[in-house]
Design a protein around this ligand. Structure first.
Ligand code: SF4
Ligand code: SF4
Length: 175
């Protein structure tokens, strides 16, 4: 069942709506109430093309205070964090930040996090990158590493323990 199918059953969660809008204000983004549903965010959304995420609907549901419906939906995990929606919004609203807040609420509520997220987090914790440098295959089917291409090594945290502690501190911040 899609998010919009669930809305007719929902009760608004006013306090959670306020928390998310407060987060947007702190980040110098505008609150969801200023959204006029132009869908410019959705028309440029990379996840919309592949996975049917519609950021303008996420903002509309937040305006209505229907937070639980989104927190319980798999669709919030399809955002690729490309930030295009934030760049494109004429009202300076950031659907991507709303999605971050919803994902944090899902984790805080003990919802199952998709497996790929866990492996990305493990990689960030261990090497400071979402994945280590990969080799590429050229048009003539030769495999090339960064070194082969004359690229410098990727920079990684000098002090992994300190880096992990800092990251975990950020991760447990509320919403
Ligand atoms: S681009 Fe901005 S104003 Fe337009 S629908 Fe998206 S969030 Fe709302
Ligand atoms: S940040 Fe997420 S919601 Fe925004 S445009 Fe990119 S994929 Fe879509």
């Amino acid at each position: 069942m899609s998010i919009t199918d669930l809305t007719s059953m929902g009760e608004p969660q006013v306090e959670l709506k306020k928390e998310i809008n407060d987060r947007l204000s702190k980040l110098q983004d505008e609150v969801s109430d200023y959204c006029y549903q132009c869908a410019k965010c959705t028309s440029g959304c990379e996840a919309h093309k592949l996975l049917e995420l519609e950021p303008h609907k996420i903002v509309a549901l937040l305006k209505q205070g229907l937070i639980d419906e989104m927190v319980n939906s798999d669709i919030i995990w399809t955002c690729m964090s490309c930030f295009k929606c934030r760049e494109r919004c004429p009202q300076k609203i950031a659907p991507v930040e709303i999605l971050f807040a919803l994902k944090n609420l899902a984790v805080a509520g003990g919802k199952q996090v998709p497996g790929k997220y866990t492996s990305v987090l493990q990689s960030v914790l261990s090497i400071g990158l979402i994945q280590d440098a990969q080799s590429v295959t050229t048009k003539d089917m030769k495999t090339k590493t960064r070194d082969d291409l004359g690229l410098p090594p990727l920079s990684k945290p000098d002090d992994p323990a300190k880096f992990q502690a800092g990251l975990m501190k950020i991760a447990v911040e509320k919403v």
